[in-house]
Write a protein that binds this ligand. Structure first.
Ligand SMILES: [Zn+2]
Length: 374
């Protein structure tokens, strides 16, 4: 049974949900329509949990509130919509950017808000979970005046934070830093960010050509998704620009294969690819539980024993020797063996170092990477 309530009740209820989500360090808020009720779930450290709402929410009015805040069409309830809004602990001064997606489902529209990290202090290469020599490879690559750096992994693997941490490091007054993104993920002061809307008639080709006339030093291309973006990224990287981008691949080595299959020639790769990093996120052992003995009443983790996530990375500097080895090895298994002899730590072995350092548990690592026989 839903009860009708006034605007003020809805505004207050929505603010209570937002505050609880922010306090819980949520990355997403899901507002879901069921047959007789609304469910609010939040994602924290990769896991969804249900929020207990103080009042029975009237679904359409919660969705309407979100649409108002995101300046979406309230009357439109049959087609998907997406937009942006800002939320915050102080409702008069919202400071957390969110991407909003609304989609009609069986019993009403479902809204998902992605809360984007807005604090530059979180965008620090030293805090991502890179092992010292991995960090050194990545820093070495972003200090080059040109070339391509790739950060790869599936959706939700933390690529965006890594890319923006690189940008944050490069974002000095002496450099013209630009991004082309669909959509813009995190707003960074001092960076020229361009939203790339394929549907709005702005094609990627014209944007990047216009951008290259704006004297950029560093360009972030949100994602290399097809042969055309790959080609344009390579051109930019070969003409005196440092290009950062992401690929949807499972490993550093798979990324090389992917670029080759997108039509990038071996000699072009050798000339411009500097470094590939691939990653996943794994839940960390709660530091408070570790310091005291684990208690079910731990304030920090609520008794789960896990708190926040850390990246596990594999970082492959794409040296001339590795470029030649890729072209000369007949198959991936042989090439992988060669790369491992150069001192490359794959994701599993990088994760095992976190296990040894008591940052993560073996179970959590295996959950993320799939279990293996060790
Ligand atoms: Zn704890």
């Amino acid at each position: 049974m839903t009860t009708p309530h006034d605007d003020f009740t809805i505004i207050r209820a929505w603010q209570a949900i937002v505050s609880e989500a922010i306090h819980a360090r949520a990355t997403d808020i899901h507002v879901e329509a069921h047959e007789h009720k609304t469910t609010i779930r939040i994602r924290v450290d990769g896991e969804l949990r249900t929020l207990q709402t103080p009042i029975e929410l009237e679904h359409e009015r919660v969705i309407a509130r979100i649409k108002v805040l995101a300046r979406l069409d309230i009357a439109e309830q049959r087609t998907p919509q997406d937009g942006r809004l800002a939320v915050g602990l102080n409702y008069t001064r919202p400071d957390v950017d969110c991407r909003v997606s609304i989609l009609p489902t069986l019993y009403g529209e479902k809204a998902v808000l992605r809360l984007l990290p807005s604090l530059n202090k979180d965008l620090d290469l030293n805090l991502l979970g890179l092992h010292p020599e991995q960090l050194a490879h990545l820093k070495d690559a972003i200090e080059q005046p040109d070339g391509l750096i790739l950060v790869t992994g599936p959706t939700g693997s933390g690529k965006t934070r890594t890319l923006y941490s690189c940008l944050n490091q490069l974002n000095t007054s002496g450099q013209n830093v630009c991004t082309i993104e669909d959509p813009i993920e995190i707003r960074l002061a001092g960076v020229n960010q361009i939203a790339y809307h394929p549907k709005a008639g702005l094609d990627f080709n014209s944007i990047i050509r216009a951008l290259l006339r704006q004297d950029p030093d560093v360009i972030l291309i949100g994602e290399i998704r097809d042969a055309m973006t790959a080609e344009l990224a390579m051109q930019a990287a070969q003409t005196g620009h440092l290009v950062l981008s992401s690929l949807h691949t499972r490993s550093a080595i798979a990324s090389i294969q992917r670029l080759r299959s997108l039509g990038v020639a071996g000699d072009v790769l050798r000339a411009c690819l500097r470094c590939i990093s691939s990653q996943r996120l794994v839940r960390q052992i709660c530091s408070a539980c570790q310091a005291a003995a684990f208690t079910e009443a731990c304030q920090q983790c609520g008794g789960s024993g896990l708190f926040e996530r850390i990246g596990i990375h594999e970082v492959l500097p794409f040296t001339n020797a590795i470029a030649s080895a890729f072209e000369s090895h007949a198959n991936v298994a042989d090439f992988t063996r060669y790369v491992q002899q150069t001192g490359f730590h794959d994701m599993r072995s990088a994760g095992m170092r976190h296990v040894k350092n008591q940052r993560i548990t073996l179970t959590e690592l295996q959950t993320q990477l799939g279990s293996w026989n060790s």
